[in-house]
Design a protein around this ligand. Sequence first.
Ligand SMILES: Cc1ncc(COP(=O)(O)O)c(C=O)c1O
Length: 65
Amino acid sequence: MLRAIYDYIHPTMFITGSCEDLATRLAQKAPGIDRSYFLSGGSEANEAAIKLACQIQVERGNPTR
Ligand SMILES: Cc1ncc(COP(=O)(O)O)c(C=O)c1O
């Protein structure tokens, strides 16, 4: 069941049933991808993706990459 868009809340501290439902549906449609991180727009999503990529390199021992 789809719920209203106002079920979105920033995921840093909280989660909603709608976000859990959507994450489950996305995981079913994209085998191998079992995590979702919902944000409020394209610019925020791109910023989060860049930060995640940088953090992965730090964790791998490549802090300048
Ligand atoms: C791929 C992409 N889609 C959409 C947007 C638009 O972002 P917003 O939803 O914050 O206006 C951006 C902005 O950086 C983007 O890079």
